[in-house]
Write a protein that binds this ligand. Sequence first.
Ligand code: URA
Ligand code: SF4
Length: 192
Amino acid sequence: MKGVLKKIEEEILYCRKCNLWRERKNPVVGEGSWEAKIMFVGEAPGANEDEKGTPFCGAAGKILDELLNTIGIKREEIYITNILKCRPPQNRNPKEEEIIACSPYLDRQIEIIKPEIICCLGNFSTFYIMKKFGLKGKIQGISRIHGKIFEESFLFGSIKIVPLYHPAVATYNVNMKPLLKKDFEVLKSILE
Ligand code: URA
Ligand code: SF4
């Protein structure tokens, strides 16, 4: 198990499958427990993450930590990664071709960690994960489906998908914070 994730990490460190490798300082593989029941999937590294090589270590990360704290979850218990492993210049939106190039790493991380719950942070993550798990017909913008629980069953188990607002929204609009907290309460309720 450990070896397989290590192998993915090495591939990402030397990856040049899309143009984002040119300007990145450090790719951000992901962080947390390999036995996590909950996986958080964000969009792409920002400036701080690019600098340090770890996910959600800037302003959005602070809010994420606060939200996790309110429901008593520690970062060490979850696994956090992003759709794109390298920072898009000026934090622009991911391009379709970048998602196509990079998402196989995320797919492999999901396959190894086998989370029971995937929390999608923001629109890009929600779209990718819901499509991946056969929920394309139920995709709507994050303002419509945040905090809802989607369950998909397959032969050997099931997975819950929870779209959430990207925590960065609370960095530009503090009024959003109560809404984000409410969604985390939903997450807490499915853990009980
Ligand atoms: N925003 C993201 O989507 N991911 C990070 O790791 C940091 C900010
Ligand atoms: Fe490779 Fe992903 Fe980085 Fe593009 S964003 S270079 S596909 S690791």
